[in-house]
Write a protein that binds this ligand. Structure first.
Ligand code: ZN
Length: 307
């Protein structure tokens, strides 16, 4: 998805206010912990959130602090959930979390692809409840260490109006889910074959029903395979020439593209040399690829993936 300068400016403004709010909350959390952890940890998690807000369309509707595990810093695994009811919107589920239950999840993905964050990444969410006899033994070391798996996992809810969790994900919902999970896998260095788990693997629940794990793993695998060419800088130069675009590494954006691809972030094939565009009311350098475009905003390079 590409934004008009006006839409983009509005988006930046709304994200800025969310971040200010998030920052206030984090400072508050920091006070509560009485300085047990260095402030850099909070800065780190906040910077993670800034990145994810940039990568996935995301809003924050945070759950009350008394209903989250403040400062748990989860990241051992991702647990996939479906809501088993509700109106299908992420906003509706977030509202439900805020008003009618002590349950929560880090992220909720609506049927329209909207992603709402309900719990900061530095806190644990209340999504999994308690391992029972049916739990998969893969969890045993984490249960031994944490007892409560909410303390070490990142939870993602997918809105499904069906109480059987039998509604297929919509295309937009699936795209947002796969993108969010891929990002988390990268950030946390997860082994996705092992460290992405269903709620059902923790206790006897019909959550997450028909969530398409096979397609998720295939997309994560496919993404991995497509990255191989980026390991070779010569390939990158040749690649532009083969495409008839002509490599131009004299400009910063092409270098950033090459560096990202070398670092296993596939950014599509270049489709034009760097040009100029009006962005947020200013003329800035832009570089288009098949997957999105880069902008250079005052020397800082931003990647914008096609939605
Ligand atoms: Zn669940």
């Amino acid at each position: 998805m590409r934004y008009t300068p006006k839409e983009y400016a509005d988006k930046v403004e709304s994200i800025t206010s969310l971040l200010l709010e998030a920052n206030t909350q984090c400072l508050h959390v920091q006070e509560q912990l009485e300085g047990d952890d260095p402030p850099e940890i909070y800065d780190y998690f906040l910077s993670l959130e800034r990145k994810i807000i940039e990568i996935v369309r995301i809003q924050q509707k945070l759950q009350a602090e008394e209903n989250v595990f403040v400062g748990a810093q989860p990241g051992s695994a991702i647990v996939v959930h479906k809501t088993g009811g509700g109106d299908g919107t992420a906003e509706g589920t977030a509202h439900y979390f805020q008003t009618q239950t002590t349950k929560s999840a880090h992220f909720v993905i609506g049927q329209d692809g909207t992603v709402v964050q309900c719990v900061h990444l530095n806190d644990g969410a209340g999504a999994n409840c308690c391992p029972d006899d049916s739990h998969n033994s893969w969890w045993d070391p984490l249960i031994a260490r944490f007892t409560n798996l909410n303390l070490c996992t990142i939870s993602i809810e997918h809105c499904d109006p069906s109480t059987e969790n039998s509604t297929p994900l919509t295309a937009k919902q699936q795209a947002a889910s796969f993108k969010l999970i891929a990002w988390l896998v990268d950030q946390y260095g997860l082994d996705f074959h092992q460290e992405i788990r269903s709620h059902h693997s923790i206790n006897a629940t019909i959550c997450p029903g028909n969530y398409p794990f096979d397609a998720l793993f295939a997309s994560l695998e496919g993404r991995k395979r497509s990255l191989n060419p980026g390991a070779d800088p010569n390939f990158l130069n040749n690649y532009w020439n083969i495409l008839g675009v002509g490599a131009d590494f004299s400009t910063g954006l092409a270098k950033t593209w090459a560096r990202d691809v070398s670092n296993d972030f596939w950014r599509g094939s270049p489709i034009a040399k760097e040009g100029k565009t009006v962005w947020k009311g200013k003329e800035v350098p832009i570089l288009h690829t098949t997957a999105g475009f880069y902008t250079d905003e005052g020397g800082v390079h931003y990647w914008h993936e096609n939605m």
